[in-house]
Design a protein around this ligand. Structure first.
Ligand code: FE2
Length: 471
C-alpha cells in the first residue's frame, strides 16, 4: 500500500475512443487470486467520443462499451464489445450522432423535441452508466427508461428490456428489495404535472409497479437515491429544471437545469409500504451524484452522500476541459442526519479527503448501520487517482495508489463465508497512463494490499460503474 501526493489531472488517454473489440482467454497475471473468487466483473462506460465529423461534448455522452473480466480457477479472461444500442446502431449507420445524449444534442425539429420529451420515444438507450441484473437478464443502463439487455458471456446486446420506467427519466442506480428480490428504482415523470416516482420490477416482470408518486413543479437532477428499511430517500439538490423548457429550449438535456442555491438541499422520505412522503428537511445548498448508504436509528435517518459545493462539477466534466488537463472539483463524503421529530438536518464530513464512485458491502450493509465505504479519492488539486477505504466509525481513511495510474470504481466482493464487513476483495479497472493500457486490480478490501493484477491489452477509457456476477 502506498500513498502519494495527488497529481494534477486525469490523463487524456482516459477520454480517448476505444473501438477495438477483443476476446482474450487468459490475461497476463501478476500475484495470486483468492481461490474462492470466481465470476465476472461486468462494466460499462463511455468509449466512443466521435461519430463521423461530430464530437461528443461531455464525458457522460460517449457511446457505451461493455467490458468483462472473468475470474475462473485462478485465471482471468477478458472481452469487450460496443453496446449495440439503437443509439450506437444509428450512429454507425448514419455516420452522425442520432440521439440526444446528456450534453450533446443532434439538431432536431421542434416537433421531434416535443415528441422526445413527452413520449420518450426518441430518448437515448446508450447504457454507459451502470449494469445490473434483472432475473436472468443483464441490462446496461443510462438515465432514461430504456435499459439494454445483453449476454454476459458474449456481451452481445439483445434490445431494450420490455419494462418501462413510469417516467421519462430514471437512474442507473437501482436498489434491491431484500424481501422480494425486485429491483427498486426512481423515475421522473415530466409534463404539465410532474412527479417523482418510485417503482418496483420483479425478476420476471415486464411491467413496473408504481409504489409512490410525489408531485414536483421543478424536478431536480437525480442520479441516485437512498434506501432504508422503511424509506426511500430523495436528496433534492437545487439543480432544477422547468420541464417545459426541457422540451422546447433546444439546449442539450443537462443544460436546461439551473443552479438555484436559494432553494437549499431538500430531503424527502417516502414510505416504502404506503407511498406517503415526509418532507421539510432542508439544509445548505450542495450537489451530488451518489448516495453511499442510508439507515435509520433512534428517531433519525442517516443519509451518506458524495457531495460538491455546487453543480459546477457537471461543467468540469466536459471533454474539452478534461482533455486540457483541468482538474475537476474534488467531491467530499458528507453524513446528513435527519431528525424525524423536528425535521432537523445535521451535516458533517464523513471523512477527510475526496470520495467518489462509492461502494459498500451492499448485501451486508445497505439500509443498515454500516462501517466501511470504498471509493476513489484524491488530494488537493488532484482528481480521482487513488482507491480509498473509509472507516466511518473511526473516521480513518486508507489509500492505494500508483504513480501514473487512475483507478476506477472499486467493486467490493465479499468472501463467501465472511463474518466481518470488510472481508473480501476490491476489483478495480485501473488506467495506466504511462504504459498506455489498463489492468484489473485485485486488492484485499480490509487493508488495501495488492493481491493480483491482470493486464488488458489496451486502454479502457475511464468509466463509471460495474457489478460482479458470481459464478
Ligand atoms: Fe453513478
Amino acid at each position: 500500500m502506498s500513498v502519494t501526493t495527488a497529481t494534477a489531472s486525469p490523463p487524456a488517454l482516459g477520454f480517448a475512443t476505444l473501438e477495438r473489440e477483443i476476446s482474450v482467454s487468459e490475461l497476463p497475471l501478476a500475484g495470486e487470486l483468492p481461490p474462492w473468487l470466481a465470476g465476472s466483473l461486468l462494466r460499462t462506460g463511455p468509449a466512443k467520443f466521435e461519430v463521423g465529423e461530430q464530437r461528443m461534448r461531455h464525458w457522460f455522452d460517449g457511446l457505451a462499451m461493455l467490458h468483462r473480466f472473468t475470474i475462473d480457477d485462478g485465471r482471468v479472461s477478458y472481452g469487450n464489445r460496443a453496446l449495440e444500442s439503437r443509439a450506437y446502431r444509428a450512429a454507425r449507420e448514419q455516420g452522425r450522432i442520432a440521439y440526444a445524449e446528456f450534453a450533446t444534442d443532434p439538431c432536431r425539429s421542434l416537433f421531434r423535441r416535443v415528441q422526445t420529451m413527452f413520449t420518450a420515444s426518441a430518448f437515448t438507450d446508450n447504457g454507459a452508466v451502470n449494469v445490473g441484473r434483472l432475473g436472468d437478464r443483464f441490462i446496461a443502463m443510462t438515465e432514461t427508461r430504456l435499459p439494454v439487455q445483453f449476454d454476459a458471456s458474449t456481451l452481445q446486446a439483445g434490445g431494450v428490456h420490455p419494462y418501462r420506467a413510469p417516467g421519462q427519466l430514471s437512474t442507473a442506480h437501482p436498489h434491491l428489495d431484500r424481501d422480494s428480490g425486485a429491483m427498486l428504482n426512481y423515475a421522473a415523470k415530466l409534463g404539465p404535472r410532474s412527479s417523482y416516482r418510485f417503482f418496483a420490477v420483479g425478476p420476471q416482470d415486464t411491467r413496473p409497479r408504481v409504489l409512490a408518486s410525489v408531485p414536483v413543479s421543478r424536478p431536480a437532477y437525480m442520479h441516485s437515491f437512498g434506501l432504508t428499511e422503511r424509506w426511500f430517500v430523495l436528496a433534492e439538490f437545487p439543480h432544477v429544471v422547468n420541464p417545459l423548457e426541457l422540451a422546447l429550449s433546444g439546449r442539450p438535456y443537462i443544460e436546461n437545469y439551473r443552479w438555484k442555491p436559494e432553494r437549499g438541499t431538500r430531503f424527502t422520505l417516502v414510505d416504502r409500504a404506503t407511498g406517503q412522503s415526509v418532507d421539510g428537511f432542508e439544509t445548505e445548498a450542495c450537489f451530488g451524484f451518489h448516495h453511499i448508504n442510508s439507515f435509520e436509528r433512534d428517531g433519525e435517518v442517516v443519509v451518506d452522500l458524495c457531495t460538491y459545493p455546487d453543480a459546477g462539477i457537471i461543467e468540469d466534466l466536459y471533454l474539452d476541459r478534461l482533455r486540457a488537463g483541468k482538474p475537476p472539483t474534488m467531491p467530499s463524503a458528507t453524513r446528513f442526519v435527519l431528525g424525524l421529530d423536528n425535521c432537523s438536518v445535521n451535516a458533517q464530513p464523513l471523512c477527510q479527503g475526496g470520495l467518489e464512485l462509492p461502494r459498500i458491502n451492499y448485501r451486508a450493509g445497505n439500509e443498515r448501520a454500516y462501517r466501511y465505504v470504498w471509493g476513489n479519492g484524491g488530494g488537493p488539486g488532484g482528481w480521482l487517482d487513488r482507491i480509498v477505504k473509509v472507516d466511518t466509525d473511526a473516521g480513518e481513511t486508507h489509500a492505494w495508489s500508483q504513480p501514473g495510474c487512475w483507478p476506477g470504481e472499486p467493486v467490493f466482493v465479499a468472501r463467501p463465508d465472511a463474518e466481518v464487513e470488510d472481508d473480501g476483495v476490491l476489483l478495480s479497472v485501473v488506467l495506466n497512463a504511462e504504459a498506455g493500457n489498463s489492468f484489473l486490480l485485485v486488492l484485499d478490501a480490509a487493508d488495501l494490499q495488492e493481491l493480483a493484477r491482470a493486464e488488458a491489452p489496451h486502454h479502457i477509457p475511464l468509466g463509471f460503474h460495474g457489478q460482479f456476477d458470481r459464478a
